[in-house]
Design a protein around this ligand. Structure first.
Ligand code: GMT
Length: 378
């Protein structure tokens, strides 16, 4: 259990639509709502961070573009900004979300800061272990930064195991699952379905940054193999440009099936309009988007990779296929098109599970307890 002591917490994260920045922003706002002072560091305002809230201060990190630099450096300006704020605001904790470069910048800041109370908590989110952790150009720096973090957490047990395989962390790695607080949809299911033109088709949604680990090729293949494709739509909420997949959509004859919205917001409106989430990643430490759907009563169909089986229980609050089994995915979609009530039953169980296990009320105290252990030198 954590005490009621109010803390001064710095959070370094990415500002983009990726899950690590979204989780870090949600955590910042939840901590501020509980009375803590929260300082957020990034090169742009994180998309879901509401900086008008009391006790939230956003510190933009400016990157200088010197002619000598072929590649602009972000790690050092971030470290300098954290150290400055640590001194001025007497930060207790700097919480690095995604190790590269945040945990390294936090370590440099801690060494530079004029106060000696600053403690580092690093949360690994996924590819900082699974991709960069295996990259010889990064591995050693990440491992060093983890060894010099006071506490290290991962967002799933699967990622904890991967982390312990890849790095010698030198300390216990704690699992703190992700949480989500759904926003209110701003439209109705009927209006959104009309706007999207999905008619009475069974509607899938996929929300991601479309990076290569998301395997959009397998997503499109799975949908293309559905026998009942004429009764199906797929909404893709794309965090990045979808242009490079347009050819594949055409090649598979999916022009009438796939509806793309780049940076569609709020996600709640689109999820509400759909019937089932679909994820085909080759690696996924947690998959926050699946959780977003669960809170809105929508289950997902996904490949059995990484931490996804920790988020949903197969056959009860979601459906899984082995990685790469596009025929299996298509068969499951077809059976739900024929029996949409089954999708609704899965969705109700998904919501129940999300509300039981992955709320801010349940998860935020685990981060606070982690901060206190870091401060106590545990
Ligand atoms: O590691 C990444 O891919 C980055 C990160 C992001 O910013 O989107 O995604 C990871 O963190 C999310 C939040 O904890 C998890 O829900 C995602 O599963 C995870 N992505 C991967 O493991 C590929």
């Amino acid at each position: 259990m954590h005490s009621d002591k109010l803390l001064k917490i710095g959070i370094a994260c990415y500002p983009l639509v990726g899950g690590s920045g979204i989780l870090a922003s949600a955590l910042a706002m939840e901590l501020a709502a509980r009375g803590h002072d929260v300082h957020v560091f990034s090169y742009a305002k994180p998309v879901r961070l509401d900086t008008s809230l009391p006790r939230i201060k956003f510190h933009p990190v400016a990157v200088s573009k010197y002619k000598l630099f072929e590649y602009a450096d972000y790690t050092l300006p971030l470290a300098v900004k954290i150290a400055e704020v640590a001194d001025q605001a007497h930060l207790d904790i700097i919480h690095a979300h995604y190790a590269v470069p945040h945990a390294t910048a936090a370590y440099i800041a801690k060494r530079m800061a004029k106060q000696d109370r600053l403690r580092i908590v690093t949360t690994l989110h996924g590819t900082d272990t699974t991709l960069l952790g295996r990259d010889p150009n990064y591995r050693r720096a990440i491992e060093y930064s983890l060894q010099h973090s006071d506490r290290v957490t991962t967002v799933s047990d699967s990622l904890r195991r991967a982390t312990e395989e890849v790095f010698d962390v030198g300390k216990q790695v704690e699992v703190i699952h992700n949480f989500y607080t759904p926003g209110q949809p701003t439209s109705t299911r009927e209006k959104m379905r009309e706007e999207l033109g999905v008619g009475d088709c069974f509607t899938l949604f996929h929300a991601s940054n479309l990076r290569s680990v998301k395997r959009i090729d397998l997503l499109l293949e799975s949908v293309a193999r559905c026998r009942l494709r004429s009764r199906l739509k797929l909404i893709i909420l794309a965090g990045n440009s979808f242009d490079s997949f347009a050819e594949k959509v055409e090649e598979l004859g999916l022009e009438e099936t796939v509806i793309v919205r780049e940076n569609g917001y709020p996600v709640e409106d689109y999820i509400e309009a759909s019937d089932l989430g679909i994820y085909t990643s080759e690696t996924e430490s947690f998959c926050l988007s699946i959780l977003e759907g669960m809170f809105l009563g929508k289950a997902s169909l996904a490949f059995r990779v990484g931490g996804i089986p920790e988020v949903m229980e197969e056959g009860r609050s979601g459906l899984l296929c082995e990685f790469g089994d596009c025929d299996g995915m298509a068969a499951k979609i077809d059976s739900l098109i024929e029996n949409p009530e089954r999708a609704r039953t899965l969705g109700r169980a998904a919501k129940e599970r999300a509300e039981l296990r992955f709320t801010a009320e349940r998860i935020v105290p685990q981060y606070l307890a982690c901060y206190e252990k870091a401060l106590a030198g545990d």
